[in-house]
Design a protein. Sequence first.
Length: 441
Amino acid sequence: MTKSKHPETIALHGGDYRKDQATNSVAVPIYRTTSYQFDSTEHAANLFGLKEFGNIYTRIMNPTNDVLEKRISALENGLAAVTVGSGQAASTFAIMNVCQSGDNFISSTDLYGGTVSLFTHTLKKLGIECRYADPSDPANFEKLIDDRTRCFYAETLPNPYLRVFPIKEVSDIGRKYSIPLIMDNTASPVICKPLDHGAAVVVHSLTKFIGGHGTVIGGGIIDGGNFDWTKDPKRQPLFNEPDASYGGVKWGEAVPQLTGANVSFAVRARVCLLRDLGAPLAPDNAWGIIQGLETAPLRMKQHCSNAEKVVDFLKKHKNVTRVIYPTLHEGKIAERSKKYFKGGNGALIGIEVKGGVEAGKKFIEALKMFYHVANIGDARSLAIHPATTTHSQLTEEELLAAGVTPGYVRLSIGIEHSDDIIEDLNQALDASGKPNLKAVS
């Protein structure tokens, strides 16, 4: 097991996998099995009674997934991780692991559109209220706290606003009230470590930069092991009141006693939510994400380097009225990039194309190398118009709160040669400024 803190090494050697014990295989095998043979009735009873940990059923755990979980946990400087079927499932499980009907949580306004829909509509129907705070001033989170507030939630590099979240400032507020900060770090793996700045939990859409190849979908929840779930039992009842579904266990007390580690969040998410709600990550998909993870640190360097060059180009183009990038914000928001990011400022860029919606459409349709897709974080370069696609279910007010204007185009810069990326953008921007000949005729 590597003790390295370098992401390039962790991505290949993180966790305790060295070889497959049965075959000596160096590559991680895909364990395509639903079930696992118990050694005895006592062994089975111990596993189900949480007296010891081991494989029970692939809905809850799997050896292939286990390697991935240990590596993403090590990559984020966490203590344990749980993988699930998608990034949306990871966000859902993270909230439901602390909230029940009648509770509320406070989220940043700067969110991916699908997450806004999840929080505003789906969780509301389950009796869980989301309260939105503008992260430009961290104090806005404190203003919304009441006795039923269970957690804070935010994206490190929110898509599409691209203003870096004040992680330490908000986590410090939360810890005064025994409220954990859950950070979605999907857009900034490797270059940002939210747990190091006070976040308690990190979630990822592993589909994006960690996978990188755009072939499988998956999500991850990483427990930082740095939050005291028993400090204020009234604030965190799901970790301090007896759980009738598991023989009256109190998760905040039992897990550290059983494991010797403060991983109550990860264990409860696995044995309660995955057990009851399903949404496991398929072993084949876990294997696919492992392949991407092995090169994620190297790809992030190229993503970020290319993005910086593209930003410099876009700022000078006559058909771009505005460029949105973490370092281009003003004041304290710009300073957060320097404070929280190391080794780059991400691969996402927003632009306002001169001429509004119609010019934006021309630009998208004129791209030749860029793919017009809803994803981010592929090795290949991607582009999309959020207002009519990824954020189309939001109201006008919600769109503006999320930073999506009618002419906004989101770019996810890939790892191709920067000259080729810029050449494609240049010809598409030139095409966006040309008159519509059919309309003229």
